[in-house]
Design a protein around this ligand. Structure first.
Ligand SMILES: Cc1cc2nc3c(=O)[nH]c(=O)nc-3n(C[C@H](O)[C@H](O)[C@H](O)COP(=O)(O)OP(=O)(O)OC[C@H]3O[C@@H](n4cnc5c(N)ncnc54)[C@H](O)[C@@H]3O)c2cc1C
Length: 406
């Protein structure tokens, strides 16, 4: 997808949204003009079309599917997964996209992360050229919705060793049996990439499973209090028959699964910064409007302390995620670099959303003021795509040479 594909991205958008106020040191200026213009168009689209619907959707715990056609016209999808596997846009730009999405709503950022990063990423990284050509354009356009099924009821952080879903060869087909948990988008996806252990050699491989295959059942996880808009599913696989042509042809060991996660982990760090900014900007606006003791609460020193600490967290995190994505662009990023960024940015996010909520007093817990949603959504970002503990252990192993996983 080219960055000029959205007709709404005009020069006037760029002028109106040319700088993000919360980008205190101006990191966005490191982007080339065409990427800045694309982001400006995305920003104005999200403010106009997505922001007005997210609190209502969050309250009802429903995904606002009416936004999908417009969202899929944005310069967001498919950028890194064209059939040639070349990167049309920089990783730094893709990070900014994740930030802008989460700044308005972390659930919408998660939808994109699953569709564009995990589902399309799995096919982009581990699919054959024929599989990439068949599936990626339809997923990029939104004609098909995808999901990514790795986590299981009995296996989360230890999925490399603990994966229990099994794939048995039967002639030209495979038979899948097992269960998955937490699978985003899977209640309405058309296809789900299912990771399973082969019965013959114990190695992990992936399958593009159409959700209407007999034996495949996806049930929505109810009563979530974080990312309520994201539709996470429990999946049961009972004798699900999948032809060999739907097995990801280059998924031969768990290392190939990990290669997908490696590409998306830093983008979750960017989304954490976006979620922090969404909360901070709502609190800043409120603080300049709300009067107590005869002046705006923004004029009280202790409120300024909350806001100044928040912009410090945001600025330090943008610096870190910018550099880690530059390293991906330059081919020097390693697992521990992305792991440190994810652990650090999500930990700073948890502080920042709490300070934003504090600055708003009672209204900080009312959905209408936005901060309550960013506050609650921080918890899921903190845990998915590797918990802080798992990412810390990856960093710990890199800096000490000692593995402390078990
Ligand atoms: C909203 C949401 C969306 C998700 N979307 C998807 C998706 O689309 N697809 C998918 O496959 N998965 C998805 N996940 C799953 C997610 O990746 C897992 O929740 C995550 O990997 C953690 O696994 P777990 O929840 O089973 O926790 P566990 O692995 O059970 O961990 C529980 C706690 O124990 C800690 N712990 C575990 N082992 C160790 C250790 N060795 N040392 C120290 N601490 C340890 C963990 O850090 C954590 O604090 C999603 C999760 C959420 C919440």
């Amino acid at each position: 997808m080219t960055l000029t594909s959205d007709p709404a991205a005009t020069a006037s958008d760029a002028a109106a949204f040319s700088t993000l106020r919360s980008d205190f040191y101006g990191f966005e200026d490191l982007l080339p003009e065409h990427e800045k213009t694309a982001l400006a168009g995305l920003r104005s689209y999200l403010e106009a079309e997505v922001k007005p619907v997210v609190n209502g959707a969050w309250e009802k715990a429903e995904f606002p599917r009416e936004i999908l056609p417009g969202l899929h016209r944005q310069p967001v999808f498919g950028m890194q997964w064209d059939e040639t596997k070349t990167f049309e846009n920089s990783a730094v730009y893709r990070g900014w996209v994740a930030l802008e999405l989460a700044r308005v709503d972390a659930s919408v950022a998660t939808y994109v992360g699953v569709q564009n990063g995990l589902a399309m990423g799995a096919i982009g990284v581990a699919g054959s050229p024929e599989q990439r050509a068949e599936w990626l354009p339809k997923l990029a356009s939104g004609e098909l919705i995808g999901a990514f099924g790795l986590t299981e009821p009995l296996s989360g952080s230890d999925s490399a060793q603990g994966l229990r879903t099994v794939a048995r060869r039967d002639g030209d087909d495979w038979i899948l049996d097992g269960a998955k948990r937490w699978i985003g988008n899977a209640t309405f996806s058309d296809v789900t990439v299912i990771w399973a252990r082969k019965a013959d050699d114990g190695q992990v491989t992936g399958f593009i499973v159409p959700n209407d295959t007999p034996g495949f059942t996806a049930t929505k996880i109810e009563n979530k209090q974080s990312l309520r808009i994201v539709q996470n599913a429990d999946i049961v696989l009972e004798g699900v028959r999948v032809p060999e042509r739907l097995r990801l042809q280059n998924a031969n060991t768990f290392r190939d699964t990990a290669a997908v996660l490696r590409l998306t982990r830093a983008e979750v760090a960017w989304a954490a910064v976006g979620n922090s900014i969404g909360a901070y900007e709502a609190a800043l606006k409120y603080a300049t409007e709300r009067q107590q003791f005869g002046k705006p609460i923004a004029a009280h020193q202790l409120v300024q302390d909350l806001l100044a600490k928040s912009i410090g967290n945001i600025t330090a995190s943008i610096a870190m995620v910018t550099r880690v994505s530059q390293m991906l662009d330059h081919g020097t990023q390693r697992d521990e670099h992305a792991a440190l960024a994810k652990a650090y940015a999500t930990a700073r996010m948890r502080e920042t959303v709490a300070w934003a909520r504090e600055a708003m007093g009672g209204n900080g817990i009312v959905l209408d003021y936005d901060v309550a949603r960013h506050f609650a959504d921080a918890e899921a970002l903190y845990s998915y795509e590797g918990t802080r503990e798992m990412n810390t252990l990856i960093v710990g192993k890199a800096i000490t040479g000692q593995s402390a996983f078990v």
